[in-house]
Write a protein that binds this ligand. Structure first.
Ligand code: TRP
Length: 361
């Protein structure tokens, strides 16, 4: 069995640096390394609707935003299949069968879903679809026999649920599915990039994101206002790295080559950190460096975006083609599922003969 890579994003907003270091950067590297049988990237609009049922316009508008983000970071539709979840009805069907293989209490124990419920004030009124979205995610993953899921740490519980469902399905109906492996970012700072305000996570609702589509000016405004160390009042004061968003971002993004290019008085980040904690290094210098690093990274992304924006209809065509191609795979998997679950009545000549025998005379 070769490697099959799959990931998705909810199209609820433009993608930001948290998405980039958590997963997008890895996807592009994997794509370019070429070491896989197939690679799928998709927009999880069905999942997005589980907590946006009353706001379909938001999802509709963000399909193209996310597609532009994908294409501008360098995902290549000639190499990876880009598709839209809602247009693969087989996913909904498989989700329904998977629902029978997991309990409500197991779903209620999912730490990511729990914190999302809290954030959305859903405690008293959880939409059933929202509680069950990890089951739908298990269908997304297994439908394509995916082996490798490059995602952030917050997706770990979903992969665990998927693995449990796969084991349950295979032991009940026979081997059809593969247990996927999560592929976490190697860089520890990238596991959960904080917002520019230093809060736990970059999130659109907290207004603490740097978007892949931000202009150089936007990025500088945001970096300049970033949370650092509230006890670091004068340049001479010793600074602290713990919880300091600027240094967490430098951990996630900077390379030694960046130091050589932008701040050659320091060989690497360790030397910069050492000076900062000793005292005598101002926040502004660190922020300017970070700004240069982020903008250097985003410049090619902006250029590709500007090109793709000139032909939006072509992007819809790419999504349509990708969806058609993904659907062929889904149809094959569902034939196997129908056979394994013994619901392939019309294709089973033995069943028809046997039933005819049973009801003779
Ligand atoms: N839950 C993921 C997110 O919020 C999106 C997603 C849906 C996904 N289905 C997936 C990710 C399958 C990886 C694999 O970002």
């Amino acid at each position: 069995m070769g490697k099959i890579i799959l990931t998705g994003d909810r199209p609820t907003g433009r993608l930001h640096l948290g998405h980039y270091v958590g997963s997008l950067r890895r996807r592009v590297e994997l794509q370019n390394a070429g070491d896989f049988d197939r690679m799928f990237v998709f927009m999880a609009d069905v999942q997005a609707l589980t907590d946006n049922a009353d706001n379909p316009e938001k999802i509709r508008q963000n399909i193209i935003e996310v597609a532009l983000d994908y294409l501008s970071v360098g995902l290549d539709p000639n190499i990876c299949t880009i598709f839209i979840q809602s247009h693969i009805p087989e996913l909904t069907e498989l989700t329904t069968y998977f629902m029978n293989l997991i309990t409500v209490s197991r779903l209620q124990r999912n730490p990511t879903v729990k914190s999302e419920i809290q954030m959305r004030n859903f405690e008293a009124n959880i939409p059933a679809g929202f509680l069950c979205y990890p089951v739908s995610q298990a269908a997304d993953i297994t439908m394509f026999k995916s082996t490798t899921i490059p995602v952030g740490e917050d997706q770990e519980p979903m992969i665990e649920v998927t693995r449990e469902i796969v084991r349950r399905f295979n032991s009940t109906y026979g081997d059809v599915f593969v247990e996927p492996e999560i592929m976490l970012p190697e860089n520890k700072a990238a596991l959960r990039l904080p917002g520019t305000d230093g809060k736990a996570k970059m999130s659109k609702s907290l207004g603490n994101c740097i978007y892949l589509s931000d202009s150089a000016e936007d990025v500088w405004q945001k970096v300049r206002g970033m949370y650092t160390d509230p006890t670091h009042l004068r340049v001479d004061d010793p600074g602290h790295l713990e919880g300091n968003a600027v240094f967490t971002y430098l951990d996630a993004f900077s390379t030694d080559a960046d130091f050589a290019e932008f701040l050659p008085e320091y060989a690497n980040l360790d030397e910069l950190k050492e000076h900062y904690t000793r005292g005598g290094l101002g926040d502004m210098k660190c922020k300017k460096l970070l700004n240069q690093i982020i903008n250097k990274m985003l410049e090619p992304v902006r250029q590709r975006r500007a090109e793709w924006q000139k032909d939006i209809p072509a992007i819809f065509e790419i999504l349509k083609k990708g969806t058609e191609s993904a659907r062929e795979v889904a149809a094959n998997t569902m034939s196997e599922v129908h056979r394994a679950m013994q619901i392939d009545y019309f294709n089973d000549a033995d069943l028809i003969k046997q039933q005819a025998e049973k009801f003779k005379f």
